[in-house]
Design a protein around this ligand. Structure first.
Ligand code: ATP
Length: 742
């Protein structure tokens, strides 16, 4: 049966032709050298216990999982390289319910119809057909997530049939649904078979295998047996010559199982509900069996039975478990019966695998776009998160982040108490940097005020302060500063030093005036300081810290929201299994990506306008430069940020992982982009890293346009940097985002 994998099938080829297919996941062998064929119109049942490799085979057939070796042909096309030719002709229903729970039955059907290129009347016609076939019409406007298990499966089947596929691949379609729903589903499969649809169905249920035209049994990643159910039951391994099979209906069958298995002449005994199927030597008759079990004849009944498929698989599995060498595949299919010589074996000239066929890259864009908009409409939390939260964040952080340090609590221990000392205290308070928290009268209270945190600064005025000043001697005052908050401490220290200096200069000038000596004089003859440094504050004359922070905040919030939402939007689909379902459709890679990202880009833009409005009207930070230029550059940044979200989604399998990756990106964006701390103060290696952070450029652009009125020319270096980041991020993320699972 194993033909060379590289030899493509003939034009009258079977619908599915699998040759030596193998797939390893690291150490795990999921599928090992599996070969089989499915003829057109057949219902091929792929049977096997959990983890035997059934789903992996289907994924390789659909071209979303590359095989480690071997090949598969579907409708004459190589499953991996030509998967885009296969996808429009195949319907797939995955094991897990993977439709959109927040879309109605009709919206799900329309979405899949559009992804397969159906529009207008053709879509309406196919929708009506599959709704009728699966009898789900009554639920047309119900949300898919609210359907019961059986109806969900019908909807999944309807979606997989919407584009009129030639082949249907169903991965455990009846798992988890009740027997009546199972029967209905199988009736449908028979009807489809009658209409010529080839079906590959995986199942764990033996009764379902009996309904298939052909079955293959997979055990521990290998195909153990292949053939029609009736042929398999006649296998000599299952009913060896000189044996008979009986069904024993005995009371407490489980208790007698071990006894039966150990009995001389009994080859095998398996429990089937309340009965036991025994395979015995012909010479061992049922009465003898019953007798040996010590049972009364009238409590028991025995009848000879042909082997069921379950008997076949149980026997073959037991044989495979006994045998340590890999089991030989038993192939009873018609092609296997052909003489081996009739199959051309190409040795020297094996044609190379065909080049990968690329699908239409933008296919399905409209369908995905509409679907995303419906998702957003159905989940107001997304809109809340994208529009309301950023405005609230801007308001809260804009007010909270204030770098101007004022009102530092101060304790005063004035041991002098006279006018000079009181004036000194007032001078401290008048700077507005310090707020008089309390006056204390002893050393212990003075220290306790600081250690308890009530005061950050302590001013101790000695008892002889006024006397020394009057005598013209140097008077010392002590200022104790709590250094635990370095920013507060340095501000307090420099203010205290400057205050001391300025008071001293005032006194010196007064003294100089009275003595008619001065270091320098102005035009009116007044004594002044020799050097006058005059400063003028541009752009932010009041030194209002919100002017500096709020524009940066706009950039940070824009990145935060777009990054999280886009990465989550894609990873959620991966987690739910809907992404896998999309991969097997002809939706183009760019169609899928743009369809998912564009709605978030649009909302992001509205969010930007809102946050800018808050900046201008609430914080009074006007846009000094060109608003249009700012919006265009903001869009460039948003594309970059959406690209980052996409990159995160390609790195993560779960939403939790996505969250962790998003945080890894957000932290340097907040701490190293210059939003909080000046980049020029950072050590060189970190400073260089800041150039790899897109929001660094955007914050420079924002501050440039908003605060300094910078124009395009002023911003060229930042625009170039942002563009390079944007191209790099998009290239990396689009390359990583493949329509494959691995
Ligand atoms: N992406 C993956 N990474 C690692 N191992 C995998 C992956 N996919 C499947 N496997 C492993 O390959 C083996 C076959 O899995 P597969 O899902 O194909 O089995 P199955 O027969 O479909 O079982 P089930 O019905 O329980 O899904 C299992 O051991 C599984 O853990």
């Amino acid at each position: 049966m194993n033909r060379p994998a590289s030899e493509p099938p003939a034009s009258d080829a079977p619908a599915i032709d699998v040759r030596g297919l193998t797939r390893h996941f690291g150490e795990v062998v999921a599928v090992e050298d599996v070969s089989f064929q499915v003829q057109r119109g057949a219902i091929f049942g792929l049977l096997g216990p959990n983890g035997s490799g059934k789903s992996t085979i289907i994924r390789m057939l659909l071209g979303i999982l590359p095989p480690t070796s071997g090949a598969a042909y579907v409708l004459g096309h190589r499953s991996l390289e030509e998967s885009e030719l296969i996808k429009p002709r195949v319907g797939y229903m995955s094991q897990k319910f993977s439709l959109y729970a927040d879309l109605s039955v009709r919206e799900n059907l329309d979405f899949y119809g559009r992804v397969y290129g159906l529009e207008g009347e053709r879509l309406a016609e196919r929708r009506a057909y599959v709704l009728g076939l699966t009898e789900i019409g009554d639920y047309e406007h119900q949300l898919a997530g609210n359907l019961s298990g059986g109806w969900k499966q019908r909807l999944a089947l309807a979606c997989s049939l919407i584009h009129d596929p030639e082949i249907l691949m169903l991965d455990e379609p009846t798992a988890g649904i009740d027997p009546v729903a199972r029967r209905h589903l199988w009736d449908l499969l028979f009807e489809l078979s009658g209409r010529g649809v080839t079906q590959l169905v995986t199942t764990q249920y033996m009764d379902e295998a009996e309904r298939c035209t052909d079955v293959g049994y997979i055990y521990l990643s290998r195909m153990l047996v292949l053939g029609k159910p009736d042929q398999l039951k006649q296998l000599p391994q299952v009913s060896p010559e000189g044996t008979k099979r009986y069904e024993l209906r005995i009371p407490k069958a489980t208790e007698h199982l071990t006894g039966l298995r150990g009995m001389h002449g009994v080859r095998d005994a398996t429990l089937f509900g309340e009965t036991v199927h025994v395979l015995v030597d012909e010479s061992l008759r049922p009465p003898q069996l019953i007798d040996r079990l010590g049972l009364e004849g009238n409590d028991t009944r025995a009848r000879e039975i042909p082997p069921s498929l379950e008997d076949v698989f149980v026997t073959l599995t037991a044989n495979a478990e006994r045998d340590t060498t890999p089991p030989e595949e038993i192939d009873l299919t018609e092609t296997a019966a052909e003489p081996a010589e009739s199959e051309p074996v190409l040795e020297a000239e094996t044609p190379p695998p065909p080049k990968t066929v690329k699908g239409k890259t933008l296919a399905g864009l409209g369908a995905v776009l509409v679907k995303e908009l419906v998702h957003i409409r159905r989940q107001p939390s997304t809109l809340f998160f994208m529009l309301v939260i950023p405005v609230m964040q801007t308001l809260i952080f804009g007010y909270a982040i204030d770098t101007q340090i004022e009102n530092i609590p101060m304790v005063v221990f004035d041991m002098d108490g006279r006018q000079h000392a009181r004036e000194l205290t007032s001078s401290f308070v008048n700077t507005r940097r310090f707020r008089l928290e309390e006056h204390v009268l002893d050393e212990d209270s003075f220290h306790r005020a600081i250690t308890s945190g009530r005061a950050k600064v302590g001013l101790r005025i000695p008892p002889d302060y006024s006397d020394r000043l009057v005598r013209g001697e140097q008077a010392s005052v002590q200022v104790l500063i709590d250094g635990s908050d370095s920013q507060v401490a340095t501000t307090a220290q420099s203010t205290a030093n400057l205050l001391g200096l300025s008071l001293s200069i005032q006194m010196a000038r007064a003294k100089g005036e009275s003595l008619q000596v001065a270091p320098a004089r102005n035009e009116t003859g007044e004594g002044v300081l020799p050097i006058d440094v005059s400063t003028r504050m541009l752009f932010n004359p009041d030194l209002d810290s919100s002017h500096f922070f709020v524009p940066g905040l706009v950039g940070i919030i824009l990145q935060l929201v777009t990054l999280f939402l886009t990465s989550f939007a894609i990873v959620r689909e991966r987690e739910l299994g809907t992404l896998e379902q999309l991969f097997v459709t002809p939706v183009g890679r760019m169609g899928l990506l743009l369809g998912k990202l564009l709605p978030y880009a649009m909302i992001g833009f509205v969010e930007l306008l809102l946050v800018l409005t808050v900046m201008v009207y609430v914080f009074g930070v006007p846009v000094s430069g060109n608003l249009a230029l700012l919006l265009v550059l903001a869009m460039l940044f948003m594309v970059c940020s959406l690209g980052l979200g996409l990159l995160v989604s390609t790195l993560s399998k779960t939403q939790l992982e996505a969250m962790q990756f998003a945080f890894i990106i957000m932290l340097p964006s907040v701490l190293l982009s210059g939003f909080m701390f000046p980049r020029s103060e950072m050590p060189l290696p970190i400073y260089l890293v800041t150039f790899a952070i897109p929001v660094t450029y955007f914050i420079e652009i924002l501050r440039g346009v908003v605060l300094r009125g910078a124009d395009l020319l002023d911003l060229v270096p930042w625009i170039v940097g942002l563009s390079i980041c944007c191209i790099a991020v998009l290239w990396l993320s689009v390359m990583r985002f493949q329509k494959r699972l691995a």
